[in-house]
Ligand binder design. Sequence first.
Ligand SMILES: NC(=O)c1ccc[n+]([C@@H]2O[C@H](COP(=O)([O-])OP(=O)(O)OC[C@H]3O[C@@H](n4cnc5c(N)ncnc54)[C@H](OP(=O)(O)O)[C@@H]3O)[C@@H](O)[C@H]2O)c1
Length: 330
Amino acid sequence: MNRIPRGLRASIFALALSAVGAIDSTSLDAQETVAANLGQDRAVLITGASSGIGLKTAEVLAANGFFVYAGARKQADLDMLNAIDNVEAVRLDVNVQEDIDAAVQQVTAGGRGLYALINNAGVVLLAPLVEVTEEDLAFQMNVNVYGPYRVTKAFAPLLIESEGRVATTGSISGIVTWGLGGPYTMSKHAVEAYTDVLAIEMAGFGVDVAVVEPGNYKSDIMASMVERMRERGYSTEGSMAKERMDALLASPADRGQYKEPDEVADAYLDFLTSDSPKRRYMVVPNEQEANATIRAHIRRLVQLNEDQPYEFTRDELMAMIDEAMAAEND
Ligand SMILES: NC(=O)c1ccc[n+]([C@@H]2O[C@H](COP(=O)([O-])OP(=O)(O)OC[C@H]3O[C@@H](n4cnc5c(N)ncnc54)[C@H](OP(=O)(O)O)[C@@H]3O)[C@@H](O)[C@H]2O)c1
């Protein structure tokens, strides 16, 4: 199956043709118009579109012919989003049911229906699991897990009506685990299960479901966390992980060392335009992150299998992997 995002495919095709002189600039414009209409004016709602992955995805989808309802919480962000062509801002805190209900009304009144929902809003919280307060853990789960649950539930009738698509921004932290990342990795592991169950339940209604699992990309997620911690007077004093927490908190909060999340936005474009969308889109900026994620999954498989009455042999496991690969590539 060809996994190059369709928008990219159309552009590559146009570039290849122009490189060999097969088309003139007029037909190149025509090709670009084809790429720009991939979304066919279909409506998509993206939560957490004020920055990072959500903003980039809003820009890419809007540029490819989708009509984007872009969720944000602050007036300045709503104004910024409203200034983008093909984008209409929606005031939406995923923890506030009144906001969600109003968003359903706004989208319904828009008269375009809703083809897709992208549950992207998310926060990160770092703390040792034996120290994190119940309040902080609830905050983490509330945004990253209950948020997608609430918003998807509210928009399900519109998505079923359009036989549309739902995706959630998970993370490679839905597969890998790392010390001090307990609250965040727990939330992103929950998103994995949420996606698989939702996919089973929506299959009969023609709604496709996916999780996009980014590695490390530039965004405001760490800066927001540091700001929240400062506001609450958080201190690492007395923590069992003081040194590591201090080191983590001292790393560049602007995540300027990472790439812009264009690849993540392209994965969303692929999910929304592919005839055979994938369930999982792992999108990482380098091989090292791919390697660590796949190995973490394999390690879990091996641990699950070993030393139990129905242990499978290596050959049997390999046959299972071959079978799964064949099924996915059907
Ligand atoms: N960047 C990465 O490397 C990376 C990797 C893996 C997964 N992710 C995931 O990607 C998603 C987007 O994060 P990001 O990295 O792009 O960070 P970001 O720039 O901080 O964006 C997070 C977005 O979520 C919004 N948000 C936070 N709490 C919200 C709430 N209660 N209701 C509605 N919106 C809320 C923020 O809005 P405000 O501006 O109003 O706070 C912002 O628009 C998250 O789910 C994150 O876990 C990111």
